[in-house]
Design a binder for this molecule. Structure first.
Ligand code: HEM
Length: 695
């Protein structure tokens, strides 16, 4: 809350003059830097182009205008073909337990050292300017600038992927992206082509059910798990290999939005997750994750009831525990969005020695794709020289020339072997990257999918049966919502056939919500196994009860009690929350004549933007607000989204009592401050069936 609004305008003290036509000129003087062209020539007038007479034509010789417009005309570069919409932050990685037994990678053997990193989160399907809160997988890409070269863990917030072979990636992406004839829908899987493709590709069923779960609606970027997905290898000093899967576990737990909330947020604040990341970091609430590994041998893998080289399979933590060995903290927002977040280039093939790939055919295809796409996205093979991409350890090779070359090598010798320049780099067996000496079967060359990849339903079934009833209802409702947008009847029917193989109750709930008959179950390519359920796959129930990084909205108006507002603000902040003031106007005068500046006006700050809400208003204001639909939505939505609401007497008398809001355990008077603070840490899920018709 801002008590002393400063209305003084610093522009007055700047060396400001009015030009011939009334335009504003701010001139450099004293310590102010002079503006120059790219060539360093000082610019005398940044408001007017060079003309033949004040009302005459512009002159071609105006190099200042031409240079400025020319640069502007070329500001855009192609966006990423997938994961175009992203937000990122700088931070560090710190190892807490050495993995020396398994790998030689220094980043995983030297404990206690902070190594810089850059992490970019993204949605997958939408364009760069699309909303932050679609139902979608989230990219979770981490670039660690290790002293042995950059290590990129290019993962997602789900531990599995849609397809098993890179051959299918363009098809998957074409199916989910806007349909090519009509150019919509943007950032949405709820359309015919996506469901047509997935219903003909049973291997997608596991990732699809995760997509229908609350994991696809993260409350904030710091409240998502991250997964490297594929099995990689560690190689130790004796050349021994151990398989590994990488995990990032958020200290704040996994927290998600409700679908109705996500839909409304995309209108109210399309930058919801990005803004939250920016504000959290600026507030000192640094998002933090534990780094964990699942380690297993080839022999152990042979005993798994699935093939770990299949990226549509997760390894339940009950089967191979996640060993926590480090942490990641994000503590600095980028200085410039384009230079860093947009130009960063991740690639799964960026690994330091001691880590190696597995034969996962999806991973193998990815190793080609990223560098290839980045050449056209960033426009030159020298994009590795851009500061955000460049390693922070010494690097040297004989690559030369190319667009935008930044290095100026002072040598005759850019080849090897050579005998003319002893300062030039040479290969090193001792320190160099070495691939695992894997003994390959004498396989038959051919385009063939391993039979061990054929079980498409056991893991989606395990996932569904592992969820709490609330989460299961969300999943069933999500299928009903998405398939409700599918006009082609046979695609819906085909999907119901797959759901029958996952769980009959799920299939029935979805069919009922769609008003459809259940078809025959799809024919499975391999027997469906009943795997043990895994609690670790839940979100609700596993979330720690904390207000940290959550946001409380306090509705105030003219004459509201300042002391009461302060009380709530202080209690919320003491518990780790951030607070925003919402009011009918941008500035309001409170009961003690303090003029404060609201963070949001009611119409611009709907309750979907907050995790819990408080209303402190006087009777006259409450009467007025009771006629305002944005205010009524504010309360109705907070209630419908199962949030804690603290209300004053006037709010109750003139607003709440007129709305279908029951005084349950999470709707409390201002006097019960402590209960409100406790309730604000979570949602009252028991309220949900009363306010929403779930499948
Ligand atoms: C486990 C499966 C996959 C995961 C977890 C994954 C993850 C990601 C992530 C996180 C990004 C965004 C990186 C950033 O923030 O800049 C990305 C981008 C991309 N992915 Fe994947 N992806 C997967 C599969 C694939 C496959 C199979 C292909 C192609 C064969 C592919 C091609 C691409 C491309 C072309 C980009 C854009 C890269 C850029 O422009 O910098 N991905 N992927």
């Amino acid at each position: 809350m801002n008590n002393n609004i400063d209305h003084t305008d610093p522009a007055k003290d700047m060396n400001t003059e009015r030009g011939n036509g009334g335009e504003t000129h701010q001139r450099a003087d004293g310590d102010t830097k002079a503006m120059t062209t790219q060539q360093g020539v000082v610019i005398s007038d940044n408001q007017n182009s060079l003309k033949a007479g004040a009302r005459g034509p512009a002159l071609l010789e105006d190099f200042v205008l031409r240079e400025k417009i020319n640069h502007f005309d070329h500001e855009r570069i192609p966006e990423r073909i997938v994961h175009a919409r992203g937000s990122a932050a700088h931070g560090y990685f710190e190892l807490t337990e050495s993995l020396e037994e398994f790998t030689t990678a220094k980043i995983l053997t030297e404990t206690g050292k902070q190594t810089p990193l850059f992490t970019r989160f993204s949605t997958v399907a939408g364009n760069k300017g699309s909303k932050d809160t679609p139902r979608d997988v989230r990219g979770f890409a981490v670039k660690i600038y290790t002293e042995e070269g950059n290590w990129d863990i290019v993962g997602n917030n789900m531990p599995i992927f849609f397809i098993q072979d890179a051959m299918k990636f363009p098809d998957l992406v074409h199916a989910v992206k806007p349909e090519p004839d009509r150019g919509f829908p943007q950032a949405a899987s709820a359309h015919d082509t996506f469901w047509d493709f997935v219903s003909l590709s049973p291997e997608t069923m596991h990732n699809v059910i995760w997509l229908m779960s609350d994991r696809a609606l993260p409350r904030s970027l710091g409240m998502m798990e991250g997964f490297g997905i594929h099995s990689y290898r560690f190689i130790n000093k004796d050349g021994k290999s151990t398989f590994v899967r990488f995990h990032w576990k958020p200290v704040l737990g996994v927290q998600s939005l409700i679908w109705d909330e996500a839909v409304k947020i995309s209108g109210a604040d399309p930058d919801y997750n990005r803004r939250d990341l920016f504000e959290s970091i600026n507030n000192g609430d640094y998002p933090e994750w534990e780094f964990g590994v699942q380690l297993f041998t080839e022999e152990e893998a042979n005993e798994f009831p699935f093939d770990h080289l299949d990226a549509t399979k997760l390894i339940p933590e009950e089967m191979v525990p996640v060993r926590i060995v480090g942490k990641m903290v994000l503590n600095r927002y980028p200085d410039n969005f384009f230079a860093e977040t947009e130009q960063v280039a991740f690639c799964p093939s960026h690994l330091p020695p001691g880590i190696d790939f597995s034969n996962d055919p999806l991973l193998q295809g990815r190793l080609f794709s990223y560098l290839d796409t980045q050449l056209s996205r960033l426009g030159s093979p020298n994009f590795a020289q851009i500061p955000i991409n460049a390693p922070k350890c010494p690097f040297a090779n004989n690559q030369q020339d190319g667009h935008m070359q930044m290095h100026v090598p002072k040598t005759r010798v850019l080849y090897e072997p050579q005998s003319l320049d002893p300062t030039r780099p040479r290969e090193s067996i001792k320190k160099g990257f070495e691939s695992f000496h894997e003994q390959l079967d004498d396989g038959v060359k051919g385009r063939v999918r391993a039979e061990s990849f054929a079980d498409h339903y056991s893991q989606p079934r395990m996932f569904y049966l592992s969820q709490t009833p609330t989460e299961q209802a969300h999943i069933a409702s999500a299928y009903a919502f998405e398939l409700g947008k599918v006009d082609t009847a046979h695609v819906r029917t085909r999907m119901l056939g797959h759901l029958l193989n996952i769980d009959e109750d799920l299939a029935q709930r979805v069919a009922k919500a769609l008003g459809m008959e259940l078809p025959e179950a799809a024919e499975p390519a391999a027997p469906i196994q009943d795997m043990a359920t895994s609690e670790k796959l839940q979100t609700i129930g596993l979330t720690p009860k904390t207000l940290k990084s959550r946001l409380i909205g306090i509705l105030v108006a003219e004459g509201s009690k300042h002391s009461e507002i302060k009380k709530f603000e202080e209690a919320a902040k003491a518990a780790g929350a951030r607070v925003k003031i919402v009011a009918p106007s941008k500035e309001v005068v409170l009961d003690d004549d303090t003029r404060i500046q609201a963070d949001e006006r009611v119409a611009g700050g709907p309750s979907v933007m907050f995790d819990a809400v408080v209303s402190i208003i006087m009777p006259e204001q409450a009467k007025k607000l009771a006629k305002d639909s944005a205010t009524l939505d504010w309360f109705n939505d907070a209630y419908a989204h199962c949030k804690a609401i603290a209300y004053c007497g006037a709010t109750d008398e003139f607003i709440l009592s007129k709305l279908p809001i029951e005084k349950d355990a999470f709707v409390t008077p201002l006097a019960e401050l402590d209960s409100f603070i406790e309730n604000a840490k979570s949602r009252l899920w028991e309220r949900e069936p009363k306010v929403r018709d779930l499948a």
